[in-house]
Write a protein that binds this ligand. Sequence first.
Ligand code: NGQ
Ligand code: ZN
Length: 472
Amino acid sequence: MADIRNFRAGSAWQADGWAQDATFGIDAGGRFAAAGERGETIGRWVLPGMPNLHSHAFQRAMAGLAERRGEPSIAPAPGHEDPKTAIPGRAPQDSFWSWRETMYAFASAIGPDELKAIAAQLYVEMLKAGYTQVCEFHYLHHRPDGTPYAPAETMSLALVEAAREAGIALTLLPVLYMSGGFDGRPLSARQRRFGHAVDAYLRLLETLRAHEGDGLRTGVALHSLRAVPGAALREVLAAAPARDCPIHIHIAEQVGEVQDCLATRGARPVEWLLDHAAVDARWCLVHATHLTADETARLARSGAVAGLCPVTEANLGDGLFPLADYLDAGGTLGIGSDSHISVSPVEELRWLEYGQRLATRHRNVAARHPGDSVGETLWRAALRGGAQASGLPVGELRPGARADLLVLDDESPLLAARDERSVLDSFLFAGNTPLVRHVMRGGQWVVRDFRHRDEARIAARYRQAVATLARS
Ligand code: NGQ
Ligand code: ZN
């Protein structure tokens, strides 16, 4: 047992709550193992690292660049009007769809070097915030004019390298993107670099699967029902490589999308998907914002993960997920930082709860039973759903799971006089200064005393890349 390193924690977070005076071992492969006798004490409060189940890494570099009101000139595409906000005769205001135009323009300047520089910086920020695994929903596949890079997986490999440099584990989800809307219209000029025919997409999946290994898992992503015709969806699912392969899709994020789906497919997006695909625990339905009571219950029963991105959903004006009904129905959820307008599991979970409070005028909505803590309920749920969506045994401090952990800053005044009953709620609701002090990923310390092991070099390269983008 010479190659087992032993650690102790004042309290360690287990699936059923805090275990006091916990000991654990870590083997040479970076997994938790049964603990031996003595061990170094690593902190008062030790939590499993959080998986981030939804990321478009390149968007990190445009955070804050779409917060100025635009000219009221970008009308939503026909059928995309939101009846709640569209006023007949009045020009439309900024919306998800106008943000998307800004995002497309930004994306068009990004090549492999920029992508790697941005993603590595983002992944450092994720680790420092407490994410140890990221699901990258990657669709910036080709050159800006739509022609493939050589090799075709160049952009995917830029993300793989960025994750390796930062030391975060990656679930890479190359995205199938085929049409520009539910009516099957062709991709617009700016969408062309996202597109694949089914056979080319399946080849990309195969190529990337060959790179799988420590720190890299692959899965399937369908951009949305807007972008993937029914026949292609069936074809890809029939060929989906492995029985346990994660399958992610954007769904029902915007009201306009629900309306278009009803008009073209005769059903709401989540309803249509549940009727036409064997949605099960491999699936992650990203956003799933607009649900009827029946869709909520069916989605919960399916065992799929609802991939919630509350800060991005707030930023983009998406709407509110029916959290209470979904939790009551036993639904599984996880969190993602999506557009990376902010990068923090604390902020995602806080907004998830606060959105519900603002809408319902109640408090402690996520806690479904008297005595339950909101912080514990949400942290536990997001660990479990995030691990499921990542397709990996992570998110738990137990033998066999990958050794990903966070040590909270027990010197912070914010955590003074906190105990097992209160520490997670203080962590999630009280912090405006970072409370994650050390981070271990796969048995290696990647963040010590708030500093990432390679943050200066990665930040310098990032600054250069965004300076270049700003000039382009
Ligand atoms: C994306 N992001 O793929 O980056 C999307 C916007 C779309 C979010 N939905 C593009 N948050 O949905 O068409
Ligand atoms: Zn997304």
